[in-house]
Design a protein around this ligand. Structure first.
Ligand code: PEP
Length: 248
């Protein structure tokens, strides 16, 4: 399975900045097939722009959230069929910033993953413990609970999801989990997926949390780390491409 390196731009960008960034990435690839599958998850307003810049390139695009509802009176929400209109391949669900600032529950995140799959969009499901949970020895229990909600909702489609282990204390903080710490949790997630699907080998388990050009290779060398979900470093073409190049 080829590794997957997905960028999460979060609430960053502008038409001009996006164009420059995407063009720098495409120029950097120089028409070569990248060492990893690549995707950029961008603010929904910019999906049309990314579709126009990336169609025919090796870089896929996706969104950062999706409504769990199909359509209707949900002001401000974006539906999976709308994302599909812009040929999104991926959508991030359950990012810790959405769990933290928007109160998203395991159940809501699971519903979002289910709706995405029903529309042929691969959900990148984020799980991860806070610092307090890690210090209380609850890391395994927390990520297993978060992933169990997803598996329960998507059932026989479990092999079609992407999982991202993102320790909350490592996101945007410059503190990365050590390769050993990350591998330990990835192995737990892998076992949980293996118990739920006949095709656990199809599921990418990404690491996310201050992954950058300098630390990517050692993280990606771990047996159960199948790629990365990259925040800050996905806003710099050279850094993002360096991470992609470290994945093989
Ligand atoms: C993220 O937001 O998913 C993330 C991993 O951010 P950063 O790489 O900036 O820690």
């Amino acid at each position: 399975m080829k590794p997957l390196i997905a960028g999460n731009w979060k609430m960053n960008g502008s038409l001009a900045a996006n164009e420059a960034l995407v063009k720098a990435m495409l120029d950097g690839l120089g028409g070569q097939t990248p060492a990893a599958d690549m995707a950029l998850c961008v603010p929904a307003l910019y999906l049309a722009q990314l579709q126009s810049l990336l169609t025919g390139s090796p870089i896929a695009w996706g969104a950062q959230d999706v409504s769990s509802h199909e359509q209707g009176a949900y002001t401000g929400e974006v539906s999976a069929s709308m994302l599909k209109d812009f040929a999104c391949r991926y959508v991030i669900v359950g990012h810790s910033e959405r769990r933290q600032y928007h109160g998203e529950t395991d159940l809501q995140v699971a519903d979002k993953a289910k709706v995405a799959l029903a529309h042929g969009i691969t959900p990148i499901v984020c799980v991860g413990e806070t610092l307090a949970e890690r210090e209380a020895g609850q890391t395994e229990a927390v990520v297993k609970r978060q992933l169990a909600a997803i598996i329960h909702a998507v059932a026989h489609c479990t092999s079609e999801i992407v999982v991202a282990y993102e320790p909350v204390w490592a996101i945007g903080t410059g503190k990365t989990a050590s390769p050993e710490q990350a591998q330990q949790v990835h192995a737990v997630l892998r076992a949980q997926i293996a118990a739920a699907t006949q095709h656990p080998e199809r599921v990418h388990i990404l690491y996310g949390g201050s992954m950058n050009a300098a630390n990517a290779a050692s993280l990606l060398a771990q047996p159960d780390i199948d790629g990365g979900l990259i925040g800050g470093a996905s806003l710099k073409a050279a850094d993002f491409l360096q991470i992609v190049a470290s994945a093989h």
